[in-house]
Design a protein around this ligand. Structure first.
Ligand code: KIV
Ligand code: ZN
Length: 522
């Protein structure tokens, strides 16, 4: 084993992104990858390049930024997939090819229709080929937790002989329990020759709510890499949550006797970033990053906390990047204070973006007394989305009444700086505003979902709106934020319209659905 250091392998952009509604655009993936690098993860699994041209492009774009962590791509055991991963990740100084094949009886018989020996042959062939292209090769026997132990040991042994430097043991369907998984890892360590020469990894799904517990059991039994996602996003009930597993290791260091390289003060900002990108917000009571995770409301708890924080608090909010009072700026805050808070929140803005964000901050501070971190993050998201046009929202006015249709007027600024305005009516202010946007831009969308989330606290909190819409058979998601929810919704709607128009102009695969629809079944 490689000692006391646990490698954190983040798969938010691959396994996490596979979750329905969590697909991200190239820009969003780049933003998330930069945040993961700030968080100091060891490996970023950036995608599955063979799944679609869009997936390939985003893995390549992330690798080409050479952010520091190892950049990894997933491949099935075939030459085309492996070559695609290599072409996509090779721009990063440190890169990895991750190959997988299912090994359980159920998968062998019903999915692959392959015999045990054929599967080993295919894995060995793929690892050998990947090793010719790249020194760092990971192998995963999919559905390992439901694979016969003796056969699993044979597969792992063959993978090590073929040159895999990491062998990952997935609990693909979230079926195992901690004691059983602990035994599985101990069994492999006992029965597989040379296993101590490679990094043994764990990858858990959360179908029975035990992904974090199972990952920790594996660590206790010798695993030295954990595969996980921010906010635990992932297919079905999700993957092992990065923030939970990392804080468990840190908080119970005396028990696990291992450490990660994660900058835990970046956990909360990264969680916020991923939830605003995906529109998937962790429940209030979610450990570590939920709104209530550090709130002590019961009188007896508050009394204890006032006497000594450690009576009821096992972690400090600031350890996970949640400042006790995150009220940071107000109307009189200057540019310098704004800029330094933006940096503390982990955003790197250029001069132009800083100017736009500061301008928006001043406008918001005029409307809203207290400006919180969540507000600043929302401003940056809005500026980022708006900066890629072709249309920008100049103004929006709505009129509603209980006995008449709502009216909305919008003024948009086009690429040449010209203003175009339209008025429309609808059953409510949002329907009217969306109609008006469609009239100006000529793009018609079908609204499937409208989700509203409060970015901060208080009556004047900004609303974060995520819209899910369809256009020409493709599904898109857009985000927008404002103290006015009609404006927030309109910004979200316009974000999607802009993406469709940009895609038309450049014919780039920039849809959420490209990845989902063209994704090969794995
Ligand atoms: O859950 C799983 O088995 C996977 C593998 C591809 C590692 O995601
Ligand atoms: Zn998985």
């Amino acid at each position: 084993m490689s000692g006391d250091r646990i490698r954190i392998f983040d798969t938010t952009l691959r396994d996490g992104e596979q979750a329905p509604g969590c697909s991200m655009t190239l820009r969003e993936k780049l933003r998330a990858a930069r945040a993961l690098s700030e968080l100091n993860v060891d490996v970023i699994e950036a995608g599955f390049p063979a799944a679609s041209p869009g997936d390939f492009e985003s893995v390549k774009a992330i690798a080409d930024e050479n952010l520091g962590p190892v950049i990894c791509g997933l491949a099935r055991c075939n030459a085309a997939d492996i070559e695609k991963v290599h072409a996509a990740v090779k721009g990063a100084d440190q890169h990895r090819i991750h190959v997988f094949v299912a090994t359980s009886q159920i998968h062998r018989e019903h999915k692959l229709k392959m015999a045990k020996e054929e599967i080993i042959k295919s894995a060995v062939g793929a690892i050998t080929m990947a090793r010719e292209l790249c020194e760092d090769v990971e192998f995963s026997p999919e559905d390992a937790s439901r694979t016969e132990l003796t056969y699993l040991a044979e597969v792992v042994s063959a993978a090590i002989e073929a040159g895999a430097s990491t062998v990952n043991i997935p609990d693909t369907v979230g079926y195992t329990v901690p004691a059983e998984f602990d035994e599985l890892f101990r069994y492999l360590r006992k029965h597989v020759a040379r296993i101590d020469e490679i990094t043994l990894s764990v990858h858990c799904h959360n179908d029975l709510g035990m992904a974090v517990a199972n990952s920790l059991a594996a660590v206790h039994a010798g695993a030295r890499q954990i595969e996980c996602t921010i906010n635990g996003i992932g297919e079905r009930a999700g993957n092992c949550s990065l923030e939970e597993v990392v804080m468990a290791i840190k908080t119970r260091a005396e028990f696990f006797n291992v450490e990660t390289g994660i900058d835990t003060t970046r956990l909360y900002p990264t969680s916020r970033l991923v939830s605003s990108i995906t529109g998937m917000h962790p429940p209030r009571n979610k450990a570590i990053v939920g709104e209530n995770a550090f709130a002590h409301e019961a009188g007896i708890h508050q009394h204890g906390m006032l006497q000594h924080a450690s009576t009821y608090e096992i972690m400090r909010p600031e350890d996970v990047g949640l400042s006790k009072s995150n009220l940071v700026l107000g109307k009189h805050s200057g540019r310098h204070a704004f800029r330094s808070r933006v940096r503390e929140l982990g955003f790197e803005l250029d001069e132009f973006e800083t100017n736009r964000a500061f301008h928006e901050f001043k406008k918001l501070a005029d409307k809203k007394k207290d400006v919180y971190d969540g507000d600043i993050e929302a401003i940056i998201m809005n500026v980022d989305n708006a900066s890629v046009g072709p249309w920008a929202l100049k103004s929006l006015a709505v009129q509603t009444s209980t006995d008449q249709l709502a009216q909305a007027s919008v003024v948009l600024i086009g690429e040449e700086g010209t203003e175009t305005s339209e008025t429309a009516s609808g059953d409510g202010p949002i329907a009217a505003a969306f109609q008006a946007l469609e009239k100006v831009t000529g793009v018609t969308l079908t609204l499937k979902k409208f989700e509203l989330h409060s970015a901060t606290i208080g009556e004047d909190a900004q609303g974060e709106v995520t819209v899910t819409v369809e256009h020409d058979g493709d599904s898109y998601r857009g985000n927008g934020t404002s103290v006015d929810i009609v404006e927030a919704g309109s910004r979200a709607y316009l974000e999607v319209i802009n993406r469709i128009l940009r895609r038309r102009q450049r014919d780039l695969p920039d849809t959420d659905s490209t990845a989902n629809m063209e994704r090969a079944t794995i």
